[in-house]
Write a protein that binds this ligand. Structure first.
Ligand code: HEC
Ligand SMILES: [Cu+2]
Length: 479
């Protein structure tokens, strides 16, 4: 290549040998047509030399640690004149690596070094060069830097997202035992989703900002053929994650459906556009759902017309109410854990007033609930009277008389606080605890003269605690 005037070269190195060696090397090749106009050993010297000597090319000693390379490059990038900067690394023997600086921004140098090493590998000739090992290591260090920064950003964004979402009350208070596993899953899923979101967005935005095309750069991007290790990883990791969530999800589902044999049964009937609640054990129908706290309720859901869906957000669980009769009744189990007033909503678009299909759900303490039952069933406020009522409605009267005549079981006349002689020869005072035990667990103590297993064993399941208490009050009144 022939020029009108020789290229003016400035050498930057604090090693005298580097400058002198390079100068004699260049001068030994007159066909290169270069003139070494000066040797500088630090940035200040270089800056003043730029003005004084007006070089076309600056050759910087790549291996000179005393020379702050980054500062050098950053400075020369800002210089507006047409200037080529080349990094040169002299190797043992006859070889030298040339890092051609061109007019790249400091941030681009890593990419360029990588590309350069690629073109080397592809067999393209570069001026005076060898030693891709060094270059690769340098490029890898650059990639590592980006990975570390992006990794830190991912962690920061994930944490911020999780904290931020903690501020937004996505769900109302949890007021049922079933809400616990559901919220646990939600929580975990949100955290994983926050991480995934951060992973995608951070890498995307980081790439857009940091690796955007510089003005005037018309070179092609690096061609990437694929990365087996990365592809295996991003297949296996999500697969395992999804399987783990499927497993935890099915366990959570099972937990929400755990059966309590003592559950209160309520028939829930949806209709356009309200809910109705039937308590078959009490013979009560209500437009409000009353439930005692801490006790499982087994709701049998059905619909009088179209498909509705029973949903109390505080309870989390949700189930469709279908028309079509007994065959289509769906069950839902809820164990309220917090006393309070909630609202059932219809979660299935069911017509014009679907949004207003709200009925109160009132969770009461056991005591208040018993009070409501008494009121709703129109029963007496007097426990003795209620006990007398249960005496016939639960069929105790078939075996127990009130006037002293023995039947299948002993008469209840004068029973309370009397001495009972038992089949095993011992005696016991018929106090409240004895009466309660005799009802819940009749075989625990058998009255002498009467047989085992004659009294039904299941009153504990059939009768509520309150009813048993009424029963005892009634027996006490027969003293
Ligand atoms: C099918 C018959 C039968 C029915 C129905 C029955 N019992 Fe009994 N009950 C017995 C017999 C027999 C005994 C005595 C044997 C024993 O102690 O288990 C007994 C004993 C008792 C005792 C202890 C009495 C004592 O003298 O020490 C109590 C209390 C009692 N029953 C309550 C009830 C109540 C409350 C009901 C209704 C909810 C009821 N029983 C229904 C047969 C019956
Ligand atoms: Cu509806």
């Amino acid at each position: 290549m022939q020029r009108e005037k020789p290229q003016r070269v400035l050498i930057a190195s604090s090693h005298a040998l580097f400058g002198q060696g390079l100068r004699s090397l260049l001068q030994a090749r007159p066909e290169a047509d270069v003139e070494v106009v000066g040797i500088v050993s630090n940035l200040e010297e270089a800056i003043s030399a730029l003005d004084a000597l007006n070089p076309d090319l600056v050759i910087v000693d790549y291996d000179d640690e005393r020379l702050n390379r980054d500062e050098f490059l950053a400075h020369f990038v800002e210089v507006e004149r047409k200037l080529r900067v080349v990094l040169l690394s002299l190797q043992d023997g006859e070889e030298a690596i040339v890092y051609d600086r061109r007019t790249m921004a400091a941030a681009q140098i890593d990419d360029w070094l990588e590309k350069w090493s690629d073109s080397k590998a592809a067999g393209q000739a570069e001026p005076i060069a060898d030693g891709p090992k060094n270059v690769e290591a340098y490029a890898r260090r650059g990639n590592m830097k980006h990975l570390i920064i992006a990794g830190i950003l991912v962690v920061v964004v994930t944490v911020l997202l999780i904290l931020g979402m903690g501020q937004v009350n996505l769900l109302p208070t949890a007021a049922s035992a079933q809400a616990e596993p559901i919220d646990r899953m939600f929580d975990l899923e949100f955290k994983v989703i926050a991480f995934l979101f951060a992973l995608i967005i951070v890498f995307m935005v980081y790439s857009i900002v940091v690796f955007r095309r510089k003005a005037g750069d018309t070179t092609d991007a690096k061609h990437i053929e694929g990365n087996t290790r990365l592809e295996v990883a991003w297949t296996i990791v999500p697969l395992v994650t999804v399987l783990a969530f499927a497993f935890m999800g099915s366990q959570a589902l099972a937990e929400t459906q755990r059966i309590d044999p003592r559950a209160i049964e309520v028939n829930v009937i949806g209709s356009q556009w309200s809910w109705s609640f039937e308590y078959p054990e009490l013979g009560v129908v209500s437009d409000k759902l009353y439930l005692p706290v801490g006790q499982q309720a087994l709701l049998h859901l059905s619909s009088a017309d179209v498909i509705h869906s029973f949903w109390v957000p505080e309870f989390r669980v949700k189930q469709d109410a279908l028309p079509g009769g007994d065959e289509f009744v769906r069950d839902l189990r809820v164990t309220p854990t917090q006393i309070g007033e909630y609202k059932v909503r219809c979660a299935e678009l069911c017509g014009r007033r679907h949004a207003y299909m709200e009925n109160p759900v009132i969770v009461l303490s056991q005591q208040d609930y018993d009070g409501w039952v008494i009121q709703a069933t129109g029963l007496s406020e007097d426990p003795v009277e209620r006990g007398q009522n249960w005496y016939t409605s639960f069929g105790c009267n078939a075996c127990h008389s009130l006037d002293g005549t023995p039947g299948v079981g002993p008469s209840w006349q004068g029973l309370y606080e009397s001495q009972r002689s038992l089949a095993d020869g011992s005696t016991v005072t018929a106090d409240e605890a004895y009466l309660q035990e005799s009802i819940l667990n009749p075989n625990a103590k058998i009255v002498s003269g009467f047989g085992e297993n004659l009294m039904p064993q299941n009153f504990g399941e059939r009768m509520s605690e309150a009813q048993i208490q009424d029963m005892i009050e009634f027996i006490k009144s027969l003293r």
